[in-house]
Design a protein around this ligand. Structure first.
Ligand code: ATP
Ligand code: MG
Ligand code: MG
Length: 548
């Protein structure tokens, strides 16, 4: 039982069921297979599946594949994978391209009704003659072709006797309409291009505004939910459904798209990052794609809880990325083991500890979740600590290790620093410390207190590991649609460091997640991590100023 965000779409559905306008609910998620899905799509997936689910309805996954040149089966695969990973199972899977014949027939019907015509103007001429908000459009010189001529030309378009751009089919609506979308919009264009599903069968392809309402109507979708930029297209959507005499009458509703701070959220831009090799593929952990976030270590639960919290709005806004981070912390907090990892190691020799002794110490796996039990970790004369847990010249209020100071080693003993060993250049090579047997963790020692607790890993059994630390890929909010986001790429979005993890982690598998004491949450990278070379992606650090 989850907290469902109350939203206006639910209220519309409730009304529609109550008034008898519909007696069942069908929604759809209609991606164009021209890229990988991003977190914005996740919002739409979650919304469509959960709304239908709440009213015992159905949700279709439909590939809106009406544009041959940009689409690819690689994208079809990745989209299916991402939807399933998020936790949803579609009731039906459809390809819009399977409706090409039916769409063609509906276009012929429009021509026969005098509601569509073949136009010879170029794309540029059409754009110019459609006018603007202050200026009415100019009718095309081809607007009054006879039915017979239109039918013959449209059939010729289909047969391939014209070149790309030579002719289009346009709806005949109203060149003076205050809504520019109704000024004889283009319904079909010529493109001699192979299609991932239909191959070379077609050389004319329907435009989004013609195809989408037909797809919804053919499938019996009741509530067709899209983003706000399609609000002005709704009258055209309704016109197409009506004039094409579709039996099912779907209704379009719009909601605000998700935008996140420091994030580009458009497939076109994400594709550019991949093609320009600014990132290492669509699933680079810095990408806001579902596959990138998954590889970074995000869980479906965190994404769903995030989507529910932000809810559905009617006005565009930018959500703080820190909110998304909040939900992954919350999700992992009680679920994953808390272990120790040293990211930037400094060797410590405990000079009063017996040379060849190793003892096993008990460590709780999750201090907030006792059910996770405990593990044994080795302790010996040599350990690694974090370089910045030691200071040669400690600043004020520094409570970690410095010459003469004593700190607590998490789950082990107090140690005191007695000597700094350096090379000729003055670089610190190792520290010589002594431990106090009396201070062993768990024995209830109260003799004296220390102010700092630091983490460590026993050196002889430590497992080498690579840690990948991420910062935002984009340094500004993405507010315009120009290419300028490339100027705001963060040159330091990835830092790679090499250190050690506890020996128990030798068996970690791809996508295993941990909280490393004081460092945050990490995920075993599924691509770069191989048995002898563990690679961890930092999902998120521990603390945040963010509050819900
Ligand atoms: P982009 O602009 O990133 O290329 P798109 O809208 O062209 O996205 P589609 O494949 O057409 O991508 O989108 C499939 C569905 O996902 C559509 O219903 C669309 O409204 C929705 N969607 C896309 N981006 C967002 C977003 N940022 N927030 C919410 N929903 C989105
Ligand atoms: Mg689209
Ligand atoms: Mg797009």
């Amino acid at each position: 039982e989850h907290k469902s965000s109350s939203n206006f779409l639910r209220n519309i559905i409730l009304e529609d069921l109550k008034s008898g306008k519909v007696d069942h609910i069908v929604t759809r998620f209609p991606p164009e297979p021209n890229g990988y899905l991003h977190i914005g799509h996740a919002k739409s997936i979650i919304l469509n599946f959960e709304l239908a689910d709440e009213f015992k309805g159905k949700t279709h996954l439909r590939f809106d594949d009406t544009n041959p040149t940009k689409e690819d089966t690689e994208y079809v695969q990745s989209i299916k994978e991402d939807v399933q990973w998020l936790g949803y199972e579609w009731d039906e899977l459809f390809f819009a391209s399977n409706y090409f014949e039916e769409m063609y027939n509906r276009a012929v019907l429009l021509i026969k009704k005098g509601k569509a015509y073949v136009c010879d103007l170029s794309a540029e001429e059409i754009r110019k003659t459609r006018g603007s908000l202050t200026e009415p459009g100019q009718p095309s010189p081809w607007r009054n072709r006879s039915l017979e001529e239109n039918l013959e030309l449209f059939e010729g378009m289909r047969r391939g006797i014209f070149k790309d751009g030579e002719k289009v089919l346009r709806a005949k609506i109203d060149m003076a309409s205050p809504n520019i979308n109704l000024r004889d919009p283009v319904l079909y264009r010529i493109a001699h291009a192979s299609h991932h599903n239909t191959g070379d069968k077609w050389c004319i392809y329907p435009m989004y505004d013609f195809a989408h309402p037909l797809e919804d109507a053919i499938e019996g979708v009741t509530h067709s939910i899209c983003t706000l930029e399609f609000e002005d297209h709704r009258p055209l959507y309704d016109w197409i459904v009506r004039e094409c005499e579709m039996e099912n009458v779907p209704q379009q509703y719009e909601f605000a798209r998700l935008n996140l701070t420091n994030t580009v959220m458009s497939k076109r831009k994400l594709k550019q990052l991949v093609e320009d090799k600014i990132v290492d593929g669509w699933n680079d952990p810095r990408m806001p794609t579902i596959s990138g976030l998954r590889r970074k270590g995000y869980t479906p639960e965190a994404m769903r809880n995030f989507a529910r919290e932000i809810g559905v709005a009617k006005a565009d806004s930018v959500v703080d990325t820190k909110m998304l981070e909040h939900f992954i912390r919350e999700d992992l907090k009680l679920k994953v083991p808390r272990t120790m990892a040293v990211l930037r190691p400094l060797k410590v020799i405990i000079t009063n500890y017996p040379e060849d002794q190793v003892e096993m110490l008990e460590a709780e796996n999750n201090t907030e979740n006792p059910e996770m039990g405990s593990r044994s970790i080795p302790f010996s004369r040599e350990i690694y600590i974090e370089q910045d847990d030691f200071a040669e010249n400690p600043p004020p209020k520094y409570h970690r290790l410095y010459l003469g100071n004593e700190v607590r080693l998490k789950n082990a003993y107090f140690i005191k620093c007695n000597e700094i060993v350096k090379d000729e250049s003055g670089k610190v090579l190792e520290l010589h410390c002594t431990y106090d047997q009396e201070t062993k963790s768990g024995t209830g020692f109260t003799g004296r207190k220390v102010k700092g607790t630091i983490h460590w890993v026993e050196a002889r059994q430590a497992i080498p590991a690579e840690f990948r630390l991420y910062e935002p890929l984009i340094l500004e909010d993405d507010t315009d649609d120009s290419g300028s986001f490339l100027e705001h790429i963060n040159p330091n979005s990835l830092e790679i460091v090499h250190g050690y993890v506890e020996p128990t982690m030798k068996v970690s598998k791809p996508q295993d997640k941990f909280q490393f004491f004081r460092h945050g949450y990490f995920n075993v990278d599924p691509l770069y991590s191989i048995s002898d070379h563990l690679v961890f992606n930092r999902i998120v650090s521990l603390k945040s100023s963010f509050e819900l």
